[in-house]
Design a binder for this molecule. Structure first.
Ligand code: NI
Ligand code: MN
Length: 229
């Protein structure tokens, strides 16, 4: 049974058997993170987009572990130029990895990366991930606004666990995320992308109550907490 661990913000560790992967490992400079990047031992690093709070320590973790970065083509190519092993993908595409399947979904957002220039470097489109391992499918929405195609994602995939942003300002707020749950029909929803910075303060328990009021399950994960999927 795959295990999911919340590292704070949008960062999650997924483990199944000998495989460990991390999604959006923003740990350095993350006021809520408890884990240090050097303690993350993984074979794969999944990156939804180039913003600092998602790319985060991704390159350093990938290099330290000789891990493969799985990301949209432009972001993967930029990571490759920085010396990382990568598996580029793009929206709508799925691939069978030794540990399971990864499919990229749309996300309505930006993806510029701060590589030190005067402006952000272009990283193409952001994405969300459908990750299937150990027979369980997790949908990590990345940073996105609400979109009606979530209905299609819910119709074509049996989502066991959805990881949805609720912090508003940059992404969906609570009410839009509740509508997303209605579209996706996941077995369980876990809120993310809230309370890391003041501008994305949101009450995850309000989200949980609202999800329960439409007959769905939600769970608020503490940073460092693990869950068997
Ligand atoms: Ni972002
Ligand atoms: Mn973000």
């Amino acid at each position: 049974m795959p295990k999911l661990t919340y590292l704070g913000h949008d960062a999650f560790l997924m483990e199944e058997g000998d495989t460990r992967l991390v999604i959006d490992p923003f740990l350095s400079g993350n006021p809520l993170a408890k884990e240090k990047p050097e303690n993350i031992k993984v074979q794969y690093v999944l990156l939804t987009h180039g913003h600092g709070d998602h790319l985060g320590d991704g390159i350093a973790i990938a290099k330290a572990n000789n891990a493969t970065i799985i990301a949209p083509f432009e972001l993967a190519t930029a990571c490759e130029k920085k010396g990382c092993q990568t598996h580029p993908m793009h929206i709508g595409g799925a691939h069978e990895f030794p540990f399971g399947r990864v499919k990229l979904t749309i996300a309505h957002h930006g993806s510029g990366a701060d590589f030190g220039g005067d402006s952000l470097a272009y990283m193409g489109n952001p994405c969300g991930f459908l990750v299937t391992m150990g027979g369980k499918t997790v949908y990590h929405a990345g940073d996105t606004g609400l979109f009606l195609d979530m209905q299609l994602i819910g119709e074509m995939n049996r989502i066991d666990t959805a990881l949805l942003p609720i912090g508003d300002n940059f992404t969906m707020g609570i009410d839009d995320a509740v509508k997303a749950v209605e579209f996706l029909k996941p077995g369980l929803t876990i809120p993310m992308h809230y309370n890391t910075f003041d501008v994305i303060n949101a009450d995850p328990n309000e989200f949980k109550r609202k999800v329960q009021s439409i007959g769905r399950q939600a769970r608020v994960m503490a940073v460092g907490e693990s869950l068997s999927l």
